[in-house]
Design a protein around this ligand. Structure first.
Ligand code: PEP
Ligand code: MG
Length: 753
C-alpha cells in the first residue's frame, strides 16, 4: 500500500491540471482498494455546495452536474466533521441521500475521507461498494493518508489549471495567498530563478532561436554519452558484466527516439531546450512509474537521473546571465540572498518565494532593501509564470498573476499611495527620532546580509546596530583569512565613523550553513550554531576577533556582539578569547582599543539569566527573531507554522520586560535588533518599555521614525499597559493597529492611505 501511495502522490504531483490529477486519484484509489466506485467532491464555498469533480464507477456525465448543498448527505457529514466516516451500510444511515443523476444504485459500503489543507476542508474522497462492506483499518489509513497528501496537489493543480485557462479565455484570477514579508506594492514582470540541475524547477520559456535550442540539446546529449563511456571504462575493472549492462541500458535510453525526438518536437513547438527536456523526461518517467513490475518501476529514477545529467550540460552550454527587465518581480521556490543581490536594485520591483516566511533571512533582506515581498506563496506554479505580469501585495502577502484590469487599476492606485508615502517619509531623513515629549530613541541599521559598497540608510541611521558577518564566510569555498575579513570590517567601520558599528561574531549554523563546513543535524536550530561553533573552534573565533579589532584601529567606533548565548560560561569564555586576541595584537605593536562588548538575548535561557549576563558585558541586544522562535517553539522559516509565529505573543512581551529589568540592575542599555524593531506597530510597545535603541533594516528606518515623531512616550506607556492585559497576540495586534490608525499612520502597515 505504501508503494501505491508513493506512486499515486508522485503522479498527481506531475499532473498538468486539476482534472487530470483528480482522474488519476479516482482510478488509482478504486483499483488499489478494490471498490466499486471512487469519486472526489470538491467544496465550492462561493456557491455553498459540494460538486462532483471526478469519478471512476459513476456515469462520467455526472461530473460537474452533481451538486449537493453544503452540509447535506454523507458527503456533507464528512466535510462538516472533518474526519473519515466508514459505514458498512450507508443506506440505513439517517444522513444517507440517494443521488439519482449519477446513475447510482443503492451503494451500501461507504468510506469518505476529508481532503484538508490548513484546517480547511477542500473536498471529500469517497469510496463506495454495492454490497455491504466494512473497509479495513489499513484501507481507511490508506485513504486518509492519501487525502491529506492530495490537498496540496489539488490546490497546486487548481492554480495551474486556472492559469492555463486564463491564457485562453481570460477568466478572472483570484489572488494566491502567502505570508507578508516586506510592505509595499510591486507591479512588474516575473523573472524566475531556479536552482541549477533541478529538472522539476525548470520553467517553460519561449525559445528565441529554435535551431540553437535544438543544437544545444543535442550537444548536451552528446556530452552525457561521452561521460557514460568514460565512466564505463573507468569502472570496467570493478563491475560484473551484468552491472556493466546498465551502461548499455542508459546509452539506449539516452539515444531513444522518445527522448531525442520527444524533446526536439517540443522545442519545435516553441519551448526552450530545458523546458522541453523537463516535459519529455516527466512523460517518459511516468511510463515506468505506471508499470506493475517493481524492477521496471525503478527505471523511472534512471530516466530522471539521465534528465538531470543532460540538464547539467545544457546549463553549462547555455549559462547566460539572467536577463532582468525593468520592474522585475523575482520568483523562485527557494530564493537565496545571492539571487536577490544579483538583480540591479533599480530593476527590482518585488520578490515572491513559494517557501520561507517573513522572519526568514530572505524576508529580512527584502525589508532591508525596501522591496515588497510575499513568502510561502505555495500555490504559485513557478514553472508557468516566467514573463507574466505579477502584482505583489507585500502588506498582505498576496500575489496576482496576470491581473485583470480592475485588480490592476486598484493596485496601481495603491502603488501610487505608497510612492506618495515614501516621498513623504523622505522629508524625515535628517530629523531626529524624537517623541512629541522630547524622548530620543536612536535608530540604527541592520546590515551585512548582502555585500554592498554603500548600504541604504547610511545617512538616516545613528550607526550600525547589527552587522551580520556571515556573508563573507558563505560566499567562499574556505574560511576567509584575517586580512580578507579585516578589509571587509574596515569598510563598514569607515563608512559610518564616528557613529558606532556593532559587529556580531559569526552566527553560522541554523539556516545559514557553510558549504565547506558540513553539519548534518536533525535539529539545526537547536544544534551547533553561533557562539557554540566558534567556541568549539577557537581558531575561527580568534581570527575573526583579531580581524575585527584590527579593522577598528584609529576609528574607535566598534562594538562587538556575541550571538546565541545560552550560558554565562559562554560569555566568560568568549571574553577570555577576546582579551587574548587584544593582548596578542598589543604585543604585536597594534594600537588597538578594547571595544564595548555585548550579548544577544535570543534564547529563553538568556532571558532568565539576563542579570548575570548584564553584569559581564557592556550592553544587551535582543534578537527577537530567534527569541520568538525559541519561546514559541515555532521554526521561523517554516510556512506551515508561520501563523503561530508572532512577536506580539504575550510571552515575548513579558520576556522583553524581564530583559529590561535584568539590564537595569547593572545600568546596561538594551537595544532590539530583531525584526520587531522595524515594525511600526511594535514601536508603541518598545518605546513604552523603555528600550534604549532600535536597530532595523534600511526599509523600516523612516517608517519607525514617523511613528516615534507622532507619539509621546506617555502614550506609548498607556498602550503598553493595555497590551500587557491581552491574552493573545491577535488582541495585541488589534490594539496596536487601532493606536496607529488613531494617529493617522495606519498606511504604514497596510495598503492605501
Ligand atoms: C535575531 O535572531 O533576532 C537576530 C537579529 O539575528 P538573526 O536574524 O541573524 O538570527
Ligand atoms: Mg538570531
Amino acid at each position: 500500500m505504501l508503494e501505491s501511495l508513493r506512486r499515486i502522490v508522485q503522479e498527481v504531483n506531475n499532473a498538468p491540471d486539476l482534472e487530470r490529477a483528480l482522474t488519476i486519484i479516482v482510478q488509482r484509489v478504486k483499483q488499489a482498494v478494490g471498490a466499486d466506485v471512487c469519486s472526489v467532491y470538491l467544496n465550492d464555498f462561493d456557491n455553498r455546495r459540494h460538486v462532483l469533480h471526478a469519478t471512476d464507477g459513476l456515469r462520467a456525465k455526472a461530473v460537474g452536474r452533481v451538486r449537493l448543498e453544503l452540509g447535506r448527505g454523507l458527503i456533507g457529514l464528512v466535510s462538516e466533521r472533518a474526519e473519515p466516516i466508514n459505514l458498512d451500510d450507508a443506506v440505513s444511515h439517517p444522513r444517507y441521500q440517494r443521488i439519482t443523476d449519477t446513475g447510482e444504485e443503492h451503494y451500501h459500503g461507504f468510506l469518505g475521507a476529508p481532503i484538508i489543507q490548513n484546517r480547511k476542508v477542500l473536498g471529500v474522497l469517497v469510496l463506495r461498494q454495492r454490497e455491504k462492506r466494512h473497509f479495513g483499518d489499513d484501507e481507511v489509513t490508506f485513504v486518509v493518508t492519501l487525502a491529506s497528501q492530495l490537498a496540496g496537489a489539488i490546490t497546486f493543480a487548481r492554480t495551474n489549471g486556472e492559469l492555463a485557462r486564463l491564457q485562453d479565455d481570460g477568466i478572472p484570477q483570484r489572488f494566491l495567498p502567502g505570508l507578508p514579508a516586506s510592505p509595499g506594492i510591486g507591479i512588474g514582470t516575473a523573472v524566475v530563478v531556479y536552482p541549477p540541475a533541478d529538472l522539476n524547477a525548470v520553467p517553460d520559456r519561449r525559445a528565441e532561436n529554435l535551431d540553437n535550442e535544438a543544437k544545444d540539446f543535442l550537444g548536451a546529449v552528446e556530452h552525457v554519452a561521452e561521460d557514460l563511456d568514460r565512466f564505463a571504462v573507468r569502472t570496467q575493472a570493478h563491475l560484473s558484466a551484468e552491472d556493466m549492462a546498465l551502461f548499455d541500458a542508459w546509452r539506449l535510453m539516452l539515444e531513444s527516439d522518445t527522448l531525442i525526438d520527444g524533446t526536439l518536437s517540443r522545442i519545435r513547438a516553441g519551448n526552450w531546450a530545458p523546458g522541453a527536456l523537463r516535459e519529455t523526461i516527466a512523460e517518459h518517467a511516468k511510463v515506468f512509474d505506471d508499470m506493475d513490475d517493481a524492477y521496471l518501476r525503478e527505471r523511472a529514477s534512471d530516466v530522471r537521473d539521465l534528465g538531470r545529467c543532460i540538464l547539467t550540460h545544457l546549463q553549462k552550454l547555455t549559462a547566460a546571465p539572467i536577463q532582468y527587465v525593468p520592474n522585475t518581480i523575482l520568483v523562485g521556490d527557494e530564493l537565496s540572498a545571492m539571487q536577490i543581490a544579483d538583480v540591479p536594485r533599480e530593476m527590482l520591483a518585488g520578490i515572491v518565494s513559494t517557501t520561507g516566511s517573513g522572519s526568514s533571512h530572505v524576508g529580512i533582506l527584502a525589508r532591508g532593501m525596501g522591496v515588497p515581498a510575499a513568502m510561502a506563496v505555495a500555490d504559485l506554479p513557478v514553472g508557468r509564470v516566467e514573463g507574466r505580469e505579477l502584482v505583489v501585495d507585500g502588506y498582505r502577502g498576496r500575489v496576482y498573476v496576470a491581473p485583470g484590469p480592475t485588480v490592476r487599476a486598484e493596485y496601481q492606485r495603491l502603488a501610487e499611495d505608497d510612492a506618495a508615502l515614501t516621498s513623504e517619509l523622505q522629508a524625515l531623513r535628517h530629523l531626529p527620532a524624537e517623541t512629541t515629549d522630547g524622548y530620543l530613541v536612536p535608530l540604527y541599521l541592520n546590515t551585512g546580509l548582502v555585500s554592498e559598497a554603500r548600504p541604504l540608510g547610511i545617512e538616516e541611521s545613528a550607526g550600525v546596530g547589527l552587522y551580520r558577518t556571515e556573508l563573507p564566510f558563505i560566499v567562499r569555498d574556505t574560511f576567509p583569512g584575517e586580512a580578507a575579513q579585516m578589509s571587509n570590517y574596515r569598510q563598514v567601520l569607515e563608512l559610518f565613523a564616528p557613529r558606532p558599528v556593532t559587529i556580531r561574531t559569526l552566527d553560522i549554523g541554523g539556516d545559514k550553513p557553510l558549504p565547506y563546513f558540513p553539519m548534518h543535524e536533525a535539529n539545526p536550530f537547536l544544534g551547533w550554531r553561533g557562539i557554540r561553533i566558534t567556541l568549539d573552534q577557537p581558531e575561527i573565533f580568534l581570527t575573526q576577533v583579531r580581524a575585527i579589532l584590527r579593522a577598528s584601529i584609529g576609528l574607535d567606533n566598534l562594538q562587538i556582539l556575541l550571538p546565541m548565548i545560552s550560558t554565562v560560561g559562554e560569555v566568560d569564555e568568549a571574553l577570555l578569547l577576546i582579551h587574548r586576541a587584544h593582548d596578542e595584537l598589543l604585543e604585536e605593536g597594534y594600537q588597538v582599543r578594547l571595544p564595548p562588548i555585548g550579548v544577544m538575548i535570543e534564547v529563553p535561557a538568556a532571558v532568565y539569566q539576563c542579570e548575570a549576563l548584564a553584569r559581564r558585558v557592556d550592553f544587551l541586544s535582543v534578537g527577537t527573531n530567534d527569541l520568538t522562535q525559541y519561546l514559541l517553539a515555532v521554526d521561523r522559516n517554516n510556512a506551515h507554522v508561520a501563523k503561530l509565529y508572532d512577536e506580539f505573543h504575550p510571552a515575548v512581551l513579558r520576556a522583553l520586560l524581564q530583559i529590561l529589568a535584568g539590564a537595569r540592575v547593572h545600568g546596561r542599555e538594551v537595544s532590539v535588533c530583531g525584526e520587531m524593531a522595524g515594525d511600526p506597530l511594535a514601536t508603541f510597545l518598545l518605546l513604552g518599555m523603555g528600550v534604549h535603541s532600535l536597530s532595523m533594516g534600511a526599509g523600516s528606518l523612516l517608517r519607525v521614525k514617523r511613528v516615534i515623531r507622532s507619539i509621546s512616550r506617555a502614550r506609548a506607556r498607556e498602550v503598553l499597559k493595555v497590551a500587557l492585559q491581552c491574552e493573545d497576540a491577535a488582541s495585541v495586534r488589534r490594539l496596536l493597529l487601532d493606536a496607529l490608525e488613531a494617529v493617522g499612520l495606519g498606511g504604514l502597515v497596510r495598503p492605501g492611505k
